[in-house]
Design a protein around this ligand. Structure first.
Ligand code: HEM
Length: 145
């Protein structure tokens, strides 16, 4: 008989998807994310880039995060799915948009009870992705005194 896993060993093998709490918890995170984007004037810039009806993008981001977090790769299994980089190419994305997106996901992670450890792991990964979607470079600091 195989030796029984210790709790620690079982934890090490968990994906972020499982650590968050699976499908229900990922949907909760995505819903909170878009609720914040929809309601907080501080996110008005990126809200305006999205379609009036947020239902389809809620589903797309849920599908994407499901796979990205180590769960079922639903986004890539859907026929006709887009390349995630090309999906962002039509938009003007710079510091302001990155910061607004990160504000929404940070608050959504905290509000939906994602542990601090996991948030510390996911935060820089989300940030890297926002940077990858950037189409506007930061403005050099003004030299005027
Ligand atoms: C840098 C900040 C970001 C901005 C301003 C932004 C903006 C957008 C916009 C305007 C759309 C189209 C929405 C619509 O059609 O209503 C979109 C689509 C999408 N975004 Fe982002 N996004 C950002 C970062 C991210 C990140 C970090 C992720 C993943 C973790 C992500 C995942 C997606 C997905 C999955 C779609 C759907 C693509 C499709 O149509 O298949 N976005 N985004």
């Amino acid at each position: 008989m195989a030796p029984k896993d210790t709790a620690d060993e079982a934890e090490v093998r968990q994906s972020p998807y499982e650590m968050i709490g699976g499908e229900v918890a990922v949907r909760r995170l995505v819903d909170r994310f878009y609720d914040i984007m929809d309601a907080d004037p501080a996110a008005a810039g990126i809200r305006a880039m999205h379609a009036e009806d947020l239902a389809p993008i809620r589903e797309r981001l849920f599908e994407f995060l499901s796979g990205w977090l180590g769960g079922p790769p639903l986004y890539f299994q859907r026929p006709g799915h887009k390349c995630i980089m090309s999906a962002h190419r039509p938009y003007s994305i710079g510091d302001a948009e990155r910061d607004q997106w990160m504000m929404c996901i940070r608050r959504a992670m905290a509000d939906t009870g994602i542990s601090e450890d996991l948030r510390t792991l996911l935060d820089p990964a989300f940030l890297r992705m926002c940077e990858a979607f950037r189409s506007r470079q930061p403005q050099p600091a003004s030299r005027s005194s």
